[in-house]
Design a protein around this ligand. Sequence first.
Ligand code: ADP
Length: 589
Amino acid sequence: MKLSAFHIAKPERRGAATLLFVALSLCVAVGVWVGTYRYFTAQELQRAEARMSLYHSTVLSEVERFEHLTQVLAVDPFVISGLQGDGLATLNARLAVFASAAGLDAIYLMEPDGLTIAASNVEDAGGFVGQSYAFRPYFQTALNGETGTFYGIGATTGLPGYFIADPVRNDAGEVIGVVALKLSLAPFEQAWRDAGEQVFLTDRHDVVLLASDPMWRYRALDPLSQDERSRIETARQFPGQALEALNWSADEDARWAEINGSWRLHVVSAGLPHSWRLHYLRRNDSAVLRAWLATGAFLAISGLGLFLAQFQRSQRLGQALKRSEEEEAQLRRANAALAQEIEERRRAEQRLEETRGELERASRLAALGQLSASVTHELGQPIAAMRNQLAAHEIKHSSGKLTQTIGGLVDRMEGITRQLKFFARPRVEPFEDIDLRDCVDAALELMVPSLDALKVAVVHDKPGHPIIVRGARLRLEQVLINILRNAVDAMEEAETPTLLVSYGVGDGKVWVEVSDTGSGLGEATLAELREPFVTTRASGQGMGLGLAISSGIMDDHGGKLEARNRQGNPGAVFRMVLAERTIKEVAAQ
Ligand code: ADP
């Protein structure tokens, strides 16, 4: 039988492979984390840039929107005549209408010395009229004939704003005053806050002008130099503000900034007027989270792969085990079948051997039969003639010693030919139902003289019920006589010669057993002893035909003769086994 060729890796090799797989998976997981983190961070930066560009353009457009308004106002006849001292009340009203329509904090007109003579907020508590803004840089620039701009905290209102100023000229082109407007950029802060964004605007000194977080406002990204501080103070740009440095560090190339201890993605936009810069900060938590999710998914997939591989392996292992068990069972069955076949052959050989032995014995007995027939035939006449001659001699001369001796010899010769006749022509006697106990009684009766002569104690263990067999009475008696005679002969030397005759029934068989206290069979077996002419008796005392004849008779009856030594004590046991004849069978006959 061909055994399965399925191979399974050694456990330590499998363990190493699993470890390698886990180590590789972890390495790849690190790669996945880094790769996805970079990718998602780049995405976040793109989003940040998009938002930044939106905020940048809104700030820029808001600042540029009013760039030319002061130029237009500077040529307004009401403004010019106002500077010449006419119609200031009308001008105030006119400026108030403009400011309100444009959504400006204030529009106001100053004389060359900086004194405000008209303003849109003249009616308000903190109105500009009467205030001097000569110190403001935008005023000075405008007075010099150019457009001045400025971001700062209002000197009167204390509110921050973007200031734009232009010179007002007379017909001769001389600067006779300055018209300015103040625009509040505070709504941006609110809009950024509403959008949940972190945005702030810094000026050229990196001072925060506007911020979504009010705490950052008027803080410097880097500590201000003394020079910068004095310039700011002169312009009264941020009155009352310490302008302390913000807890801030930024790596603009790497687009990271740390503010108050938290790292944020950082996008800066330049291109605004006055070197203003807009800063946009964005948390990167979602990129980190998504990177972890992707890594987790990868680990879950590789874990699942490992689990599936292990599961498949265990399945294959189970199948291989099952196959090998089946093969083993097949092998066992084949072995058992082989063993049975061997046993059958052995039995067949034994039967063959027995049959061959029987055949040989049968052919020997047949040859003996032919020989016996011719011997008994040839000797029959001379023995009969001798007996006649002896009888005639006795009649004439009465019986003398010689005739007695010769008569004894003739008797023995007749005995021999009588035994030989069993082989020569087996008597055909009809079978009948016989009680074995009667046969034993008859045989013992015939043996009485020999038993008495040797003082043999006979124990006949005779059952109270008949032991019926079917057979020829005389021939079965013949067997019993042979057995009894052999037993007596074997006990010639015994101190207390004893014969025990017993019976048995079982398995559809009956038997009668003769046990003696004689010499026993020694090493000889019945098969050897029942061979014709096998004898241990002295010449002339036995021909070695008794057991041969007895075995033949038992065979004819479908029974058998068995012999063994007595256990423990000297002596032999001979057993005649025959088929049981039940009472029912007898009655049905
Ligand atoms: P014979 O009695 O003429 O020798 P048998 O065929 O009857 O021939 O017996 C053969 C031999 O078997 C005997 O010579 C004897 O040696 C042996 N034998 C038979 N019965 C007994 C017995 N009861 N005890 C011991 N030996 C026995």
